[in-house]
Design a protein around this ligand. Structure first.
Ligand SMILES: NC(=O)C1=CN([C@@H]2O[C@H](COP(=O)(O)OP(=O)(O)OC[C@H]3O[C@@H](n4cnc5c(N)ncnc54)[C@H](O)[C@@H]3O)[C@@H](O)[C@H]2O)C=CC1
Ligand SMILES: N[C@@H](CCC(=O)N[C@@H](CSC=O)C(=O)NCC(=O)O)C(=O)O
Ligand SMILES: [Zn+2]
Ligand SMILES: [Zn+2]
Length: 412
């Protein structure tokens, strides 16, 4: 790797990255060139990054904004390597979490307490570039696009200063990467978006890390009944999935794999078990006191979104869409469902204003009030990234942490 020069101006870094050249094809580990950070930009060394379903969705060609070749990845912890002109909030050596929803503090969205959707760089971020409409990555002489403003499946990446938060150096860096997306999203969906009250009833569809974080949040706020729904019954109990994972990937498994019930679910349902093909919403309304106070869709399936809305309680039930549906998909229901008092909402990053909130969530991890271990099923070296995608697709993993850098150290 070559870095820097005699005048202290950062130079091009040559390092490894997992490049997605095309949709639906495995990533390839390549030598890439990472340009120096420009005005308002920061170059970071990614230490740990985790896979989110949204990375798989984009690699599968389902994202209308998907663009290739690209470096995916958006749940990471890193260390600042160099900063561009004008950068004040971080300096080389600071530990950081990249944020796919930035916080500029200046746009009308940042000034509005009702939203976390800073729009300062949204257009160019969606086009896979930095705000000046150019990219900072090259591979085999070709430009490679950025992803969600993060591209953490690279040893080094360049991100906007407004897309970074500085975190405590004492944080467990190999775990708090999860706060860059999935766990913050599920937890925030409960706390910020739905504002679930103690004593509520809750149904959660989809028991990946996002859905399990919803369950964790619902339990924390004192929900009295939490139904966990998944087509994969292995997600309900500590056991079956765990045993299979141990047998297959014995060298990589962590001995912490808590599933729906361990997170706080009081009831579980596999819709495949419903007799006589009764629609799931009908079954749920009939068997759960007319429906739930709050429901959360954490799958990305528009049929499930409809079920989640229609099993929210008549008169007051609120259904939150968390899952991201594929290009061309649309939601539908009878308007009568809304006329009769159900509310349909959505959430991005759990409603957290990112730079203000993520350092506080990290602090909660440090003080032990927010626990992340149960969301981590595997830790792999970065080079095993394709195996990690296969496990996620097969429903045999929650969050898989990739160790991006040889000098990253793992907390106990
Ligand atoms: N709105 C936001 O800000 C964010 C949205 N997401 C989205 O949230 C969703 C969940 O993400 P992860 O937990 O990472 O995914 P995951 O792939 O780990 O988990 C999804 C779960 O849904 C289950 N599932 C699949 N089909 C189902 C069905 N018909 N009914 C019930 N369960 C079903 C799977 O078995 C799996 O357990 C994805 O769509 C992802 O793109 C993720 C992060 C942030
Ligand atoms: N690019 C897609 C939409 C993808 C999407 O909805 N992303 C979520 C985060 S998913 C994280 O894992 C999100 O927060 N979106 C807000 C945003 O401004 O993109 C499409 O074009 O439909
Ligand atoms: Zn994500
Ligand atoms: Zn803003």
């Amino acid at each position: 790797m070559s870095s820097g020069n005699a005048s202290n101006v950062p130079g091009i870094i040559t390092c490894k990255a997992a490049v997605a050249w095309k949709a639906k094809k495995p990533l390839t580990i390549e030598q890439i060139e990472v340009m120096p950070p420009q005005k308002g930009e920061v170059r970071i060394k990614n230490l740990f990054s985790a896979l989110c379903h949204t990375d798989a969705y984009t690699l599968d060609g389902l994202d209308p904004e998907g663009i290739f070749p690209v470096i995916l990845g958006h749940e990471a912890t890193g260390i600042v390597e160099s900063v561009g002109e004008g950068v004040k909030s971080v300096k080389p050596g600071d530990y950081v979490i990249p944020l796919y929803i930035p916080q500029c503090y200046q746009c009308e969205y940042c000034k509005n307490p009702k939203t976390n959707l800073c729009q300062a760089i949204r257009v160019t971020q969606g086009q896979g570039t930095m705000p000046d409409k150019t990219v900072r990555y090259k591979c085999q002489g070709k430009d490679v696009y950025h992803f969600m403003g993060c591209s953490s499946f690279s040893e080094y990446s360049v991100v906007c200063e407004i897309s970074l938060c500085k975190i405590e150096s004492s944080a467990p860096l190999d775990k708090v990467c999860l706060l860059g997306c999935g766990i913050s999203t599920g937890y925030g969906a409960v706390i910020n978006t739905a504002k679930v009250e103690a004593g509520s009833t809750v149904a959660v569809f989809g028991l990946g890390a996002v859905g399990l974080a919803v369950i964790m949040g619902a339990k924390q706020v004192g929900a009295k009944r939490i139904l966990a729904v998944d087509m994969n019954s292995d997600k309900f109990e500590l056991g079956k999935l765990y045993e299979e994972v141990i047998m297959t990937y014995a060298s990589n498994i962590l001995v912490i794999f808590l599933l729906a019930k361990q997170f706080g679910a009081t009831d579980v349902l596999n819709p495949k078990d419903l007799k006589d093909k009764v629609p799931a919403q009908q079954y749920l309304v009939e068997n759960f006191d007319g429906g739930f106070d709050y429901t959360f869709e954490c799958v990305g399936n528009v049929e499930v979104m409809r079920t989640a809305l229609e099993c929210a309680h008549k008169g007051w039930g609120v259904s939150v869409i968390v899952g991201v549906a594929g290009a061309g998909q649309e939601i539908k229901t009878r308007p009568f469902q809304l006329v009769t008092g159900r509310t349909w909402k959505g959430t991005a990053f759990g409603g957290w204003k990112s730079r203000d909130s993520v350092p506080k969530l990290v602090q909660q991890v440090i003080d032990g009030s927010l626990k992340l271990d149960g969301f981590i099923s595997h830790k792999f070296p970065f080079e095993q990234i394709n195996e990690a995608f296969e496990l996620l697709h097969a429903g045999k993993a929650l969050r898989i942490i990739l160790t991006n850098s040889t000098d990253a150290s793992i907390s106990s």
